[in-house]
Design a binder for this molecule. Structure first.
Ligand SMILES: NC(=O)C1=CN([C@@H]2O[C@H](COP(=O)(O)OP(=O)(O)OC[C@H]3O[C@@H](n4cnc5c(N)ncnc54)[C@H](OP(=O)(O)O)[C@@H]3O)[C@@H](O)[C@H]2O)C=CC1
Ligand SMILES: O=C(CO)COP(=O)(O)O
Length: 331
């Protein structure tokens, strides 16, 4: 029997807890989140008070805790599921070596700030987790649709395929299908980048571009993703697979997308702060574009859409002027 520990208490963590609970394989689920009032609420009422509160959660009260060491100590799989900007903070109390020898699964679609590392690299360099023990959950899937049990496909990536197969067998349900991949680097980077393109898509919508232009923007975005992931990790991959193109499409077009919603508000003239306050959820693309700006200094890939989003969010350039400039680089 596998023991699975979830680190994080937001919408995606709540959705994955639901998948793990609905999946029939025998397992024990443990759950860490920082908020003790949320823990009390879940223990008492069986739902998360802040995120996806319609989802019924049936986890033994003693398995939910804000003591991270207690939650991870006997886990086989540890799922990291807080926005990347808060990952260091979430892991700060872990005892040295606590992740070593465990299989660590990143459900995060973001980059660790300052270090400018994707999650797998961060775990490998700062927590001595072997690359073979790192897994990535990706694919086009919104927590809100999991709550509604809408059919969704996830991609589980691991350099060691038996790890991916075993972990996928803990998630499959009537409404969750899984694909297996060995592209941990490409899967992570593509997931990070698509958030930035969804912000771009939102900005364009906010300043008044229509569906015709959105289609051109997203066609160019997938080409930027391909150029970048091929530069960072050149292996044979089909960029049209769900974990790459699918993830970009759902985020760029869905009503549930945090990144698109955030971009839309920026396009309509909100400040970053007011857009963030309004949302009550985290748009990873805001943080990611700054990290990608730094990372790409090494690779020098032509990424005009990324650059335009960076200029709007960090150089205070006018969204409408920056998007008008961007149109010259698209085809
Ligand atoms: N939502 C989705 O559909 C999907 C999300 N993802 C990825 O999952 C990851 C988690 O995102 P998601 O669940 O959507 O996030 P949410 O916006 O739903 O939740 C935010 C989480 O971040 C925590 N948090 C907020 N501020 C801080 C802080 N200052 N320090 C520490 N923790 C903080 C919150 O804790 P608290 O409640 O205590 O404030 C909460 O657990 C992201 O990388 C996202 O890209 C991937 C696929 C789908
Ligand atoms: O990664 C996600 C869906 O696959 C979540 O990000 P968005 O909410 O911006 O779409």
């Amino acid at each position: 029997m596998s023991i699975v520990a979830m680190i994080g208490g937001g919408s995606w963590a709540t959705a994955i807890i639901k998948m793990l609970s609905d999946n029939v394989a025998e397992k024990q689920i443990k759950w860490w989140m920082r908020s003790s009032s949320a823990i009390d609420h879940i223990q008492k009422f069986g739902n998360n008070p802040t995120y996806l509160s319609s989802v019924e959660l049936d986890i033994p009260a003693e398995n939910i805790s804000n003591d991270i060491n207690k939650v991870v100590e006997d886990a086989d799989f540890i799922i990291l599921n807080v926005p990347a900007a808060f990952l260091k903070d979430a892991l700060k109390d872990l005892k040295p070596g606590a992740l070593q020898g465990k299989k660590v699964v990143s459900a995060i679609k973001g980059i660790v700030p300052d270090e400018n590392l994707i999650i797998g690299e961060f775990l490998n360099q700062f927590f001595q987790v072997n690359l073979e023990d790192i897994l990535v959950i990706s694919g086009p899937c919104h927590a809100e649709e999991v709550a509604l049990e809408k059919l969704s496909y996830l991609t589980i990536a691991s350099a060691k395929s038996e790890n991916a197969v075993l972990f996928a067998s803990l998630l499959n349900t009537r409404y969750i299908m899984t694909n297996i991949s060995d592209d941990i680097f490409g899967t992570e980077y593509a997931a990070v980048l698509k958030n930035i393109y969804a912000v771009a898509s939102g900005i364009c919508h906010g300043v008044g571009y229509g569906d015709n232009f959105q289609a051109v923007l997203i066609s160019n975005a997938i080409r930027e993703i391909k150029l970048f992931v091929d530069a960072v990790h050149p292996i044979e991959r089909d960029i049209k697979e769900s974990a790459y193109l699918g993830d970009l499409l759902v985020t760029a077009y869905s009503q549930f997308s945090r990144n698109r919603t955030f971009g839309n508000m920026i396009g309509k003239g909100y400040t970053v702060k007011s857009a963030q306050l309004e949302m009550n959820m985290i748009a990873e693309g805001y943080y990611a574009v700054k990290c990608m700006h730094e990372i790409n200094k090494k690779y020098n890939v032509a990424m005009p859409i990324c650059r335009a989003v960076y200029n709007v969010l960090y150089e205070k350039k006018s969204p409408s002027k920056e998007m008008a400039l961007l149109t010259k680089f698209l085809s």
